[in-house]
Design a protein around this ligand. Structure first.
Ligand SMILES: Nc1ncnc2c1ncn2[C@@H]1O[C@H](COP(=O)(O)OP(=O)(O)O)[C@@H](O)[C@H]1O
Ligand SMILES: [Mg+2]
Length: 245
């Protein structure tokens, strides 16, 4: 079974600015981990460091997938190993149309996958499921997409590419109630297929739908509490400050 392991991780965003400070976390295939914390605590920095965004400098510690060190690998190499990151703020890529992007990415991430033969049909079915129109396929990647469309398209990729480990960074923020439900159902199915998911969220609705196996509270670059669903109710009554922040 897949396992993403993070050991004593320190991440900087400049030579002197430390964001992540000695973080430990393990996510196994089929597990749902929810990561919460106040704005600016370093959640997206962690997501970017896992994915290998070169702006985020790993100063110490390890990031391993199935025992293999990922730190020397570039973003595309990590993706091919089975990591997926749904961005909090997906970037607009003018000149690359959605269908071409998906076809090329899928071909690289899932070489030999039989779905490539009926790829358009596969993609259209997913578009429908996530409430996106077919003409989406002709548009430039993320360009002019509404906030909700960007999020739903990130989710579509997370399901289509069926990674070993997916990090979903505030994928549900700004979505209407029905979309959050659709998203929760898709996440649950993906877990059953064996993907391990690290979900960064502020949404209590997501908790109700998904009942995560583990909840982690991050404050100032460190995980200050980890546990099960009891953490959610504690958080409700005490706030982040009461949980060690
Ligand atoms: N690319 C960046 N350049 C400069 N500062 C950054 C960058 N990314 C994150 N930071 C800073 O790191 C801190 C943590 O940010 P972030 O990881 O986005 O927090 P969260 O996702 O928990 O809200 C913040 O102080 C933020 O301003
Ligand atoms: Mg963030």
């Amino acid at each position: 079974m897949a396992e993403l392991k993070i050991l004593d991780l320190d991440v900087n965003i400049s030579d002197t600015k430390k964001i992540i400070k000695g973080l430990n976390l393990s996510v196994k295939g089929g597990e749902l981990h929810v990561l919460m914390g106040p704005n600016g605590s370093g959640k997206s920095t962690l997501a970017n460091a896992i994915f290998g965004n070169p702006k985020y400098i790993v100063k110490a510690g390890k990031i391993e997938l199935d025992g293999e060190n990922l730190l020397s690998l570039k973003v595309d190499e990590r993706a091919r190993k089975g990591l997926f990151l749904a961005f909090q703020e997906p970037v607009e890529v003018p000149g690359v149309n959605v269908m071409n992007f998906l076809r090329i990415a899928f071909g690289q991430l899932k070489p030999g996958d039989p779905q490539i033969t009926d790829f358009r049909q596969t993609v259209v079915a997913y578009l429908k499921r996530f409430g996106l129109a077919e003409h989406f396929l002709k548009r430039a990647l993320n360009e002019g997409f509404s906030g909700g469309e960007k999020k739903r398209f990130e989710l579509l990729q997370a399901i289509l590419f069926s990674p070993k480990i997916a990090v979903l960074d505030e994928l549900d923020s700004g979505l209407d109630m029905d979309s959050v439900k659709t998203m929760a159902e898709a996440v649950r199915e993906q877990l059953a297929k064996g993907t391990g998911i690290l979900m960064i969220t502020h949404s209590e609705k997501m908790f109700e739908y998904l009942k995560p196996d583990f909840i982690h509270i991050m404050v100032d670059g460190k995980i200050v509490r980890s546990g099960g669903s009891e953490i959610a109710s504690e958080l409700h009554s005490k706030g982040y400050a009461g949980l060690g922040g």
